[in-house]
Design a protein around this ligand. Structure first.
Ligand code: X8Z
Ligand code: ZN
Length: 596
């Protein structure tokens, strides 16, 4: 296999006298060839990665790293040749393809065999360590991430929460030095591609200059920050009532382990503490799913049912055969949920250790959103298979969930009579805000940290201090116990060892409300946004499906226009959506002193 690859790479380039390579093909021929060869290679890489992620052993590490190495070599050769067509005459589709090739991947390797191998191995290894991580307490009981997360969600015992919060953070220090090495190598790769560093490459994936994008994402954060501050103020006050002012001080950041989530990224698990009007219109979807005996497959089918109600196609039969929906008992897998576009669009799968809970039901919709994107752009050439930008890909399944209103849940038998009152609205909005608004600064700060790490503004000696500075600045939360540079708390979040860029989720949480608003208009609903459901509406489904089918063939503002009629990302839809809660929070906070 290796031999074949090297022959292929040699064929890509003909060396000229001065060591510069000159293309022997037209740009369109080149793009067509990359399409064929890339498809072959991604078949192999897809198979290796899938097996690795669903079967973590030293053997699968070797296979995945080797496949990764070949992928990186292909990418280097492709980029080298693609560069040579810049500024030449090309038809628009070829020009777009060349532009996309030159964007690079989240971990570009330098053109050096040894460094490529090292990079592929580090990436495989870090993800494997995260996936098989466990915390064994002093009594010798060992628990994996999902069990620890369940404690964070359910326990209200300060010390028990602290124990699991700290416990999970004992896994990541072991790959801190690997992460540092990853940064060095990938920065070299980014530099070879013509970027200042990997930060500039990551910021460059949005059809605009890197620095324009950073300004744009800051603009969106500034739009939503006042609302976040209101929510933070109220949540801190309630936690202080629950745990006492000596544990949760009213003028300080919130201790990170009290928010119901391992990373304090969404706070809806502590809704019970926050419920504005106790007992009004309580919804317990977890209980409903469990009482009705849903299993993993039935939950997935229920999520599929939402998409098909919009007129989108049924999932292929292979989806259920090939997906991993249940955590295997006999081996380690990467449980962090993901969607896979295998078999050139014909074999889409998800990998999710489904538990029978409302949260996991939400994640299933999220993952199917990715799958429906794959299905809709299946006939595009592979370079155009991708979200209009990565935030679009993340937003599809979440957009659909915004239509899971109490009225919808009632028709599905997952909720009793939907009560309609001001109190019911505020309760429901609180629950949603604890998920959607609480997330925003987290969605923003993860890459703020990585951008600074890649650019060198945060040096390796300051990884952890830099992390907590941003956690405090953006989220207003603090570590509950002293941290040091022996820790690697950023690495305790999947996307850091998994090297998945995170700004995509920040963007998604904003644009999904824009999508929801426009799809509701297409469905002819003109009531308040939080009451709208596009369930069963074919006009909304068609609008969504048409946008998805564009893939990344056009710059994202075109896709945004296709679905919303506007060309910008904009937070006014999310702010409108939560208008009732925003006023309620302002009233609650009027005599409090907010901020940290
Ligand atoms: O990682 C995910 C998905 C897979 S793309 C499950 N999400 C982010 C996270 O879990 O941190 C979805 C929302 C945020
Ligand atoms: Zn996702």
């Amino acid at each position: 296999m290796k031999l074949k690859l090297l022959t292929m790479l040699a064929a890509v380039l003909i060396l000229t006298g001065c060591g510069q390579s000159a293309p022997t093909e037209t740009a369109a021929e080149f793009v067509a060839r990359m399409e064929r060869e890339g498809a072959e290679l991604s078949k192999e890489a897809g198979a290796a990665y899938w097996v690795r992620s669903t079967y973590i052993t030293p053997d699968t590490a070797i296979l995945a790293a080797k496949a990764g190495e070949r992928g990186l070599a292909f990418e280097s050769a492709m980029v080298k040749q693609a560069k040579q067509y810049l500024g030449t005459d090309m038809d628009p589709a070829t020009a777009r393809a060349i532009e996309l090739m030159l964007r690079g991947s989240p971990a570009p390797a330098p053109d050096d065999e040894a460094l490529r191998a090292e990079l592929a191995q580090i990436l495989t290894d870090m993800e494997g360590q995260y996936g098989s991580g466990e915390y064994c307490n002093q009594a010798g009981e060992c628990r994996q991430l999902q069990e620890l997360e369940a404690v964070l969600a359910e326990s209200r015992d300060y010390d028990e929460l602290l124990d699991v919060w700290q416990g999970w953070r004992q896994v990541s220090p072991s790959y801190r030095s690997q992460y540092q090495r990853f940064v060095e190598i990938a920065n070299l790769g980014a530099a070879e591609m013509g970027y200042k560093n990997l930060a500039e490459l990551w910021q460059g994936g949005y059809d605009m200059e890197s620095n324009t994008f950073t300004i744009e994402s800051r603009r969106l954060w500034d739009q939503v920050k006042p609302f976040y501050d209101q929510l933070h103020c109220h949540v801190r006050a309630k936690l202080s009532e629950t745990y006492g002012a000596e544990k949760v001080a009213l003028d300080k950041p919130i201790p990170a382990h009290l928010l119901g989530n391992m990373w304090s990224q969404t706070w809806d698990n502590v809704y019970d503490i926050m419920e504005p009007y106790p007992g009004v219109a309580s919804v317990d979807i977890t209980a409903a799913l469990q009482e009705q005996g849903y299993d993993e497959v039935q939950m997935t089918q229920a999520a599929e049912g939402f998409f098909t109600s919009l007129g989108l196609p049924a999932l292929p039969e292979s989806f259920y055969r090939n997906s991993l929906l249940k955590k295997p008992q006999d081996r380690n897998v990467v449980c962090h949920a993901s969607a896979w576009d295998l078999g050139n669009g014909n074999d889409p799968r998800i990998k999710q250790c489904v538990e029978i809970t409302a949260e996991q039901f939400g994640t299933l919709h999220h993952e199917l959103g990715h799958i429906y994107y794959y299905l809709m752009y299946k006939d595009q050439p592979s370079v155009f298979k991708g979200g209009a930008h990565d935030g679009f890909h993340e937003a599809v399944g979440d957009t659909v969930q915004l239509s899971m209103t109490p009225a919808y849940l009632q028709t599905k038998g997952l909720m009793g009579d939907a009560e309609e009152s001001y109190e019911a609205t505020i309760n429901q909005q609180m629950k949603m805000a604890l998920e959607k608004i609480a997330f925003l600064p987290f969605g923003k700060m993860i890459d703020e940290w990585r951008w600074q790490v890649f650019s060198g503004d945060i040096s390796p000696e300051d990884y952890n201090a830099g992390w907590w500075k941003l956690r405090e600045q953006y989220q207003g939360i603090a570590a509950p116990v002293a941290r040091s540079e022996a820790d690697f708390d950023a690495g305790a979040k999947y996307h850091v060892p998994g090297n998945t860029p995170y700004t995509r989720y920040f963007l998604s949480f904003i644009i999904q409300f824009q999508f929801h608003k426009s799809l509701c208009e297409a469905a002819g609903q003109d009531g308040p946004l939080h009451e709208c459901s596009i369930y069963n509406n074919k006009a909304a489904g068609e609008k969504l499906g048409n946008m998805l089918a564009m893939g990344q063939s056009q710059p994202w503002p075109d896709a945004m226009e296709a679905i919303t009629g506007q060309r910008d990302m904009d937070a006014s839809a999310i702010i409108d959506y939560f208008a009732p809660l925003n006023s309620w929070l302002e009233e609650q906070n009027k005599d409090r002193s907010c901020g940290w």
